[in-house]
Design a protein around this ligand. Structure first.
Ligand code: NAD
Ligand code: IPM
Ligand code: MN
Length: 351
């Protein structure tokens, strides 16, 4: 059966890393139909908005969507509602991909690439489950208002319903059952109302449906500390949109580089997933062919597994990527000298 993957290269290093995905996909599965659309700053320049209605409609109709990255200093002055990042938030919301799976895996041959000691990160295999369509990213009211005397007041609203917490908790418990059987739920119930509800609902889902899984509640600040101190104590971490954003960038450095972390954003079963490297557009290295394409390639690997029904090809790709790393292939972020294209070549050679 024909499958279609919509590519949204975006800005900065986005197009550079998506180019490598295109080459890998061509070698691995020539029949996979690849479409492409403007996204982020590139779409602002081409179409006047960070994502068009037509692109959103396409994203909901294909089998999976894979983005590069959005944003950059060029669009820093653009009104918030039409900034590149707003296009990504709209896409997540319109695709209703509420569960963002961000695996942090330490490849054996990269255990020395992390700034943390080998004995702390070797064998690491964590899954961060980040709530992606709620919380402070979307809560109302929000905005900046004048309050007189030249002073201003800014408001963001953190808001969660029990239904939103229940469905993300289920995703985490289901994943834990197939992995190490342990879930840490991270919130700030010591200071936030949303944290209190989060803990209550996660506990209730656990007791009613997943008593076989081990659940531990952890305050999000302690979780950040424990991730550096003893990261292998974690199996699955479930947390809200904002904490998940922060904790996943932190977890990236346990694996060696943010250039290694893929993610899958999933909604209802059977609906297309949105696959995103965790990193951004990296303006400091964009346009130089230096970016690590592995986060994007690993995001494609997750798409093969979770949306495109080709776990067989995902296994082959994962093995090729591991073999390339075992063979010493390293981009600069991993302490090596390879550029983006050469890293793509190294994976292709093993395929
Ligand atoms: P960033 O992730 O773009 O970069 C942080 C640092 O990591 C930089 O030093 C960069 O060079 C490095 N880095 C990132 N990806 C890399 C890769 N693949 N290979 C090698 N090095 C890599 O974060 P930032 O600088 O805070 O944000 C830049 C822009 O990207 C902002 O506009 C931000 O909003 C946007 N952003 C977008 C996404 C996304 O599209 N999913 C994610 C994060 C940030
Ligand atoms: C991420 C990014 C995005 C987020 C931005 C670009 C909207 O940091 O995917 O981690 O905060 O969710
Ligand atoms: Mn982020």
């Amino acid at each position: 059966m024909t499958k279609t993957l919509l590519l949204l290269p975006g800005d900065g290093i986005g197009p550079e890393v998506i180019d490598e995905v295109r080459r890998v996909a061509g070698a691995l599965w020539p029949q996979l139909v690849l479409e492409e659309a403007p996204f982020g700053g590139a779409a602002i320049d081409a179409e006047g908005a960070p994502i068009s209605d037509a692109t959103v409609a396409r994203a909901k109709a294909v089998d999976a969507v894979l983005m590069g990255a959005v944003g950059g200093p060029r669009w820093a002055g653009v009104a918030r509602a039409i900034r590149p990042e707003a296009g990504l938030l709209r896409l997540r919301q319109d695709m209703a991909v509420f569960a963002n799976l961000r695996p942090a895996l330490c490849f054996e041959s990269l255990a020395d690439a992390s700034p943390l000691k080998r004995e702390i990160v070797a064998g690491l295999d964590i899954m961060i489950v980040r709530e992606l369509t709620g919380g402070v990213y979307f809560g109302q009211p929000r905005g900046i208002v004048d309050i007189g005397d030249g002073e201003k007041r800014a408001v963001d609203t953190q808001v969660y319903t029990s239904a939103e917490i229940r469905r993300i908790a289920r995703v985490a418990f289901e994943l834990a059952r197939k992995r190490g059987g342990r879930v840490h739920s991270a919130e700030k119930s010591n200071v936030m109302e949303t944290g209190v509800l989060w803990r209550e609902v996660v506990s209730a889902v656990h007791a009613a449906e997943y008593p076989d899984v081990t659940l531990e509640h952890i305050l999000a600040d302690n979780c950040a500390m424990q991730l550096v101190k003893a990261p292998r104590q974690f199996d699955v971490i479930v947390t809200d949109n904002l904490f998940g954003d922060l904790l996943s960038d932190e977890a990236a450095m346990l694996t060696g580089s943010i250039g290694l972390l893929p993610s899958a954003a999933l909604g209802e079963a059977g609906k297309p997933g949105l696959y995103e490297p965790v990193h951004g557009s990296a303006p400091d290295i964009a346009g130089q062919g230096l970016a690590n394409p592995l986060a994007a390639i690993l995001s494609f690997e997750m798409a093969l597994r979770l949306s495109l029904d080709r776990a067989d090809l995902a296994d082959r790709l994962a093995a090729a990527l591991k073999a390339a790393l075992d063979g010493g292939a390293r981009t600069r972020d991993l302490g090596g000298t390879l550029g983006t294209r050469a890293m793509g070549d190294a994976v292709l050679a093993k395929l």
